[in-house]
Design a protein around this ligand. Structure first.
Ligand code: PMP
Length: 357
């Protein structure tokens, strides 16, 4: 007889990662195509020499470096095994009863419903607006006395859309101060808005606002799994209680510290990614696609129920992209030659006729 597993897990989908296939270009996981800088590779190699020892469970050196970078105290910073682990921990520290609600826009980062339901809490979703952006008024209106946490993914994964500072501030000011608002800024470094919203700044005077950032995207450490939260010390202390001990490993901590030291060089790379993203969007608009403006390292094609078929056709043409159910397809801005391969497929008159006709 097999072991008893809680039956509700049958109805909870597992996280679906972007596909990988040898010899095929992968534009499916929002990774950066740049390899680690030599200084980061050196820090990784040095840390690898010591992996017979546990890492620092409190990640003090890394948290101190992050705190200095943001001009906050170390008590304001938590590190996690990727920011996705912190999403899970945030639900764990806020929700206990099945009536406790976790609120987020949909479609958004696919981990939100999973971590909510695994915690036994109730997922409440608010549809994106007609421009594939967060409907912040509807989100604020959906807050109830049972709402424990609101995830605001800005810019939004997978649609790429972002709100500026004024809109985010208005939203934050309309949410009760006992509801934790999580500004998930995984793609912060790719934003080029005039009215740039910076969750760390917005959270300084708002103890119920917490910001998530990651080393996986612009900093290029997706394979090492390290992200962080900046927020009120009371929230950070709670996060550290539910944290899986030692889950931010020694190599990840060393690489993240070295990446912060080299941040000017790493962040300069985002300009090239942004240029590629904008080039891809322009070519797709020209070919007749609808493409919402993106403030991330990817673009979104709202292809509805043709999305899965489009993903297959693109894979056959040598490029793995990421279809999302019957909503759309997300394509990461990769290296120029990879993006060219995708654009060749996407703008081919046969593709256009088949999917936009
Ligand atoms: N938030 C958002 C919006 C994301 O897209 C991702 C990665 N797909 C994450 C969080 C988690 O990133 P990581 O766990 O690699 O830090």
């Amino acid at each position: 007889m097999s072991a008893h597993i809680r039956p509700d897990l049958d109805a909870i989908p597992a996280y679906v990662a972007g596909r990988t296939q040898a010899g095929v270009v992968k534009l499916a996981s929002n990774e950066t195509t740049f390899p680690p800088l030599p200084s980061v590779a050196k820090a990784i190699a040095e840390a690898a020499e010591l992996v017979n020892r546990y890492p620092d469970n409190a990640a003090v050196e890394l948290r101190t470096a992050i705190a200095e970078f943001h001009g906050v105290e170390v008590e304001n910073v938590a590190a996690g095994c990727g920011s996705v682990a912190i999403c899970q921990e945030l639900v764990q520290i806020t929700c206990l009863a099945p009536t406790d609600e976790v609120l987020f826009a949909w479609r958004s980062f696919e981990a939100y419903p999973i971590v909510t339901r695994v915690a036994g809490a109730k997922a409440v979703t608010v549809p994106l607006d007609g421009e594939y952006a967060h409907d912040l008024d509807a989100l604020a209106a959906a807050v109830t006395p049972n709402t424990r946490v609101v995830f605001v993914c800005n810019p939004n994964n997978p649609t790429g859309t972002a709100h500026g500072r004024a809109a985010i501030e208005r939203f934050l000011d309309s949410v009760p101060t006992d509801v934790l608002v999580v500004l998930d800024e995984a793609y912060f470094e790719y934003m080029r808005l005039e009215d740039q919203p910076n969750g760390v700044e917005l959270g300084r005077t708002r103890p119920n606002v917490l910001v998530l950032r990651t080393f996986s995207k612009a900093y290029g450490l997706a394979g090492l799994r390290v992200g962080y939260a900046v927020g009120d010390p009371a929230v950070i202390t709670a996060l550290m209680k539910v944290h899986i001990p030692f889950s931010v490993n020694r190599v990840a901590q060393a690489a993240a510290i070295a990446s912060l030291e080299a941040r000017h060089e790493l962040l300069e790379r985002t300009d090239a990614v942004v240029a590629e993203r904008d080039r891809m969007r322009a070519a797709l608009l020209e070919a007749g696609y609808r493409v919402p403006p993106s403030e991330t390292n990817f673009i979104w094609l709202p292809l509805g129920d043709r999305s899965g078929e489009y993903g297959e056709a693109s894979a056959e043409a040598g490029v793995l992209v990421r279809p999302y159910g019957a909503d759309g397809v997300r394509i990461t801005a990769g290296a120029p030659h990879e993006n060219d391969l995708f654009l060749r497929f996407a703008t081919d008159p046969a593709t256009v006729a088949r999917f936009l006709g």
